[in-house]
Design a protein around this ligand. Structure first.
Ligand code: OOG
Ligand code: MG
Length: 262
């Protein structure tokens, strides 16, 4: 680690305040080019600590930048991991207030819910499938706190991977009879198709993203607890939204989920 504790606490406060007050900031590596990966996750952890101290609860985890489309769109080559807390949750068909966000985008996701813990190193697609209770369609609303949605990997990790809101819906389907690689994904905005893809866009198999998260936590001596919900990462590029937009996601065999922006 290259940053001292005061700097980590200060940067966490800067980023979390930007989230809560819905204003952007310049990417933090501009002023702290020496920041390393451990610093980045330490800042994210400090944001989590602030939220827990305020009474928020963790309701899930997320993998990000796991598809080529997302990596290319953001100019970043490596996945990142973040957390989801209670107030990020939107009910199926529910409304997100644009005023609470900076410059939101939506992305289609396959959500996993585990019935057994997963630990790394050595976690693989088979272990993930064996520990998965069911999968569901999910729309993630990302909202980078960085100006113009421009960042590098360390800055976005510190910013909890742009986490902001998410909705789950459709059907909860066990994975035994599904081929998650060939599941078709169609996202519509205001009735127009804006993104199409298939599960394999996420690291060749969406379960590989969950395995990567388990291996990442394994390096820290942690595991993914049983019962955890995890977003495996945007299947396609993220799409900008504004007030009045209605977004619908359909995933083959899993049904649909939607949300609107006001
Ligand atoms: C980072 C978060 C990416 C995903 O699914 O790829 C993400 C970003 O693009 O702002 O959630
Ligand atoms: Mg995402």
């Amino acid at each position: 680690m290259n940053l001292n504790q005061n700097t980590i606490v200060g940067l966490a406060e800067l980023l979390e305040t930007a989230e809560l007050q819905a204003h952007d900031v310049v990417k933090i590596t501009d002023a702290h080019p020496e920041m390393d990966w451990d610093d980045a996750y330490a800042i994210q952890n400090e944001i989590l600590r602030r939220k827990l101290a305020r009474g928020n609860r963790v309701v899930g985890l997320k993998c990000g930048l796991t598809s080529r489309a997302k990596m290319k769109q953001m100019g970043v080559e490596t996945p990142c991991f973040g957390f989801l807390v209670d107030y990020f949750t939107v009910p199926d068909g529910g409304e997100v207030k644009i005023k609470e966000l900076i410059h939101p985008k939506v992305e289609p996701e396959i959500a996993f819910v585990l019935n057994r813990p997963l630990s790394g190193p050595g976690c693989h697609v088979g272990a993930v499938l064996a520990a998965t209770d069911f999968v569901m369609p999910g729309i993630e609303v990302i909202d980078s706190r960085y100006r113009d949605f421009k960042f590098d990997l360390k800055s976005v990790i510190a910013d909890n991977c742009s986490s902001s809101r998410y909705v789950l819906g459709g059907m909860a389907v066990p994975v035994a009879d599904l081929d998650l690689r060939t599941l078709g994904v169609v996202m519509e905005k205001n009735g127009q198709t804006v993104a199409i893809g298939a599960g394999a866009a996420v690291l060749g198999h969406p379960a590989a993203a969950i395995a990567m998260l388990a291996n990442h936590l394994g390096e820290l001596g942690e595991e993914i607890p049983a019962g955890t919900m995890i977003l495996s990462g945007g299947v396609t590029e993220a799409v900008s939204v504004e007030a009045g937009d209605h977004v619908n996601l359909r995933i083959q065999s899993l049904g649909s989920v939607s949300l609107k922006f006001a």
